[in-house]
Structure formats: C-alpha cells, structure tokens
Design a protein around this ligand. Structure first.
Ligand code: ATP
Length: 354
C-alpha cells in the first residue's frame, strides 16, 4: 500500500489506530482502492475481505456475474467472517471490520495452524467461525469450528480453488464443505443443488470460478425465513432492510422454482408472528428481550475484549461463570435495548403519532 494512501486515510478519518497492545491501523471504511477492514501492522498489510455479489435468480445471475467455464460450489456457512494471519511469528485474527479479535485469536492459536504459517508466513486464512462464540448460537457437541473459504496469497489475491483445497488438505485445516464442480452452463445441476440445500436447511452456496476471479452467493428461502424467525422478536434492533431483503430473496427463489406458495406463506407468517408475539408478551410481563450466548476462554482478558467490541445497542449481562479444564465458561445475555424499551412502552399503552 502506498504510504500516501495510508496517511490520507488516517487524516480523513477513513482509518484509525485502535487502542491495545498490538499497534495497527485499520480502515474503518473503504478508501480509494483499499477495502474496508484492511489492517496495516508496520509494513505488513492484511487486506480486507471484499463483498461477494448476491444473485437473486440463478441462471441469469450466473450468466451476468461469473466468468470462466467451470464453477466450484461451496456451502455458505452462517457464522462470522474472520481473517487469520501470522505477524512476526505470532498468530492473530481480525474481524471483518479490521479489529483484532482476541477471542478468535485465542481459538486460532489452539488450532494447530503453526505449520501452515511457518511454511507460508505471508498468507492469510479467510474463514467463517461458528459455535460457542460471542456472535453465534451456542453449539451442541463442539466448542468452535473454523471453516476456511479462501486463502489470500498475501497481496489481496486469492488462491485458485483447487490449489486452496490442496493446501488446506496438506496442512490438515478444515475447508468449507465442497459441493462439487459444475460446468458453467450446467444450470439444471446447479438448480438441483439449490433445492437440495434448501431441503437440507442450509444457508446457501457460494459459487466461485476455478481461478477465483469471480464469485457469487445464492441463499435458500429456508435460510431467509429462518433468519426472519430468529430476528422477528428483536424487531427494533434490526435494520428494516434485513426483513425486506429476505422477503424479496425468498419470493424470487419460490417463484423461480415454482415452490409451494401457500406453504411458504404460512412459514413466513409464523416466522414473523411467533417471535414477535412472544416478544410482545414478554415485554408486557415486564421481561427484557434477549438472546443467550456462551464462550469458553483461557485468558480472562478476552472477556473484556468481547464486551468492549459489543454493539452499544445491546446490554451485556453475565449469567454464569464456571472454571473447568483450565478454561472459564461464561454464559451471557445480550439484551436488545431498543426492542425491550419500545415494546414495553407500547404494552404499557404508549401512543405515537405516525
Ligand atoms: P458481504 O460479503 O457482501 O459484505 P455479508 O458480510 O453481509 O456480505 P453475507 O451476505 O452473509 O455476508 O455473505 C458473504 C459472506 O459469507 C462472506 O463474507 C463470508 O464471511 C461468508 N461465507 C460463508 N461461506 C463462504 C464460502 N464458502 N465462500 C465465501 N464466503 C463465505
């Protein structure tokens, strides 16, 4: 990166220096050709992970947005995006927005990634984390999992798909589930796959050209409705576009695939009403609207870091703390302040002019 871009980014508030032990600069917004979330540590640059275009209709979406004659389909995992790199021989993990994530850093250091980074010190593992994390539903039967979906060669370019698969295999690192290789005009094969994913209650797929120069994401109506079901009880803490987008996406899929419209209408209705009416009842009884999370950490300082980076719109309440196996298991609650306050006020009879 040119030093002038870095300096100007800092000057114009596009980049900042987060406090903490590790000194680094992060791009809080995209600036010039620098992606949001890009991290600069000394003369090392860890490039931000770019947006992947979403398509709403399969065949035309592929024709218009993808290049190459072979596509690799991968499962789209619904966790949170993380980049893992080795800086001066130490492993660090960064969030999509470019913050050092101490929670994932601790987990990544237990994942036996040293051999990979010893042989490939300049590369960056890009992956999705799920499980007992501060941002995802607590897991059953495991703690956390990391699925690597791209490897940055060090300059912001990603490895071609096969090469990535081979590298990950060689180093025993878990890849996102592979769904197969398709000729770029194999629309019937890809349509079948989309339906299988929907039936299997998967989030969707990411299609990548063999050289990884183009990629698109395509999600299932099951995931759209499931997202709405999980978020309808926290209506005032979500951007309105969250719901609007999912209704639209699922409608296009249902229409394209000639699916059972009445069945989906019922599912969508339930998704909105069940969560929302439960939340209304709870608020009416004077209870807060919340979701519970669980993490297992070694270093207690990680908990402070987690809390520091939590959105100011949620109130964090520790529910329990237990020591075992050299770890601390912390269960905590995120209380959705806006929804709680608004629903309580309406339940108490508040009137508004709209
Ligand atoms: P955007 O990438 O446009 O910022 P977003 O952050 O809201 O969107 P999504 O719309 O869920 O995320 O989809 C893109 C994200 O999906 C990627 O950034 C990545 O974190 C995640 N992902 C999950 N599985 C894969 C995969 N197989 N290949 C690439 N990305 C994947």
């Amino acid at each position: 990166m040119e030093i002038a871009v870095l300096k100007e980014g800092l000057k114009r508030g596009k980049a900042d220096k987060p406090p903490g032990e590790l000194q680094y600069i992060r791009f809080r917004e995209g600036f010039r050709s620098v992606e949001r979330g890009t991290v600069v540590i000394g003369n090392r640059v860890i490039w931000g992970f770019p947006h992947i275009k979403r398509i709403f209709t399969l065949e035309k979406g592929l024709k218009r947005n993808m290049t190459g004659d072979m596509f690799y389909a991968e499962e789209k995992i619904d966790g949170f995006n993380i980049r893992i790199a080795s800086v001066n021989g130490k492993i660090y993990a960064f969030s999509r927005g470019g913050f050092l994530d101490m929670f994932v850093t601790e987990k990544a250091r237990e994942m036996k990634l040293e051999r990979f980074f010893r042989d490939n010190p300049g590369m960056v593992l890009c992956g999705e984390m799920i499980g007992n994390t501060p941002y995802t539903e607590p897991a059953d039967g495991f703690d956390v999992k990391l699925f690597v979906f791209d490897i940055d060669e060090g300059d912001g370019d990603y490895f071609p798909v096969e090469q990535r698969y081979n590298l990950l295999k060689r180093y025993g690192i878990e890849s996102v589930p592979k769904l197969g290789r398709f000729r770029s005009d194999d629309y019937s094969g890809l349509r079948r796959l989309a339906l299988v994913l929907n039936r299997g209650k998967k989030e969707g797929m990411v299609l990548k050209s063999a050289d990884r120069q183009s990629a698109v994401k395509y999600v299932t109506p099951w995931a759209d409705v499931d997202d709405i079901a999980k978020a309808s009880g926290m209506l005032f803490d979500m951007p309105i576009g969250f719901y609007y987008q999912r209704v639209l996406r699922s409608a296009m899929f249902i229409n394209d695939f000639g699916m059972d419209r009445d069945g989906y209408a019922r599912k969508l209705g339930r998704a909105f009403y069940d969560g929302l009416i439960d939340a209304i009842r709870r608020a009416g009884d004077g209870e807060e609207i919340y979701a519970d999370f669980e993490i297992r950490i070694k270093d207690k300082a990680v908990w402070n870091d987690v809390r520091r980076h939590m959105s100011k719109d949620v109130k964090i309440e520790e529910i329990s703390r237990k020591e075992f196996d050299g770890r601390t298991r912390i269960r905590f609650r995120k209380i959705y302040k806006r929804t709680t306050k608004t629903l309580m006020a309406y339940a108490a009879g508040k009137g508004i002019t709209d």
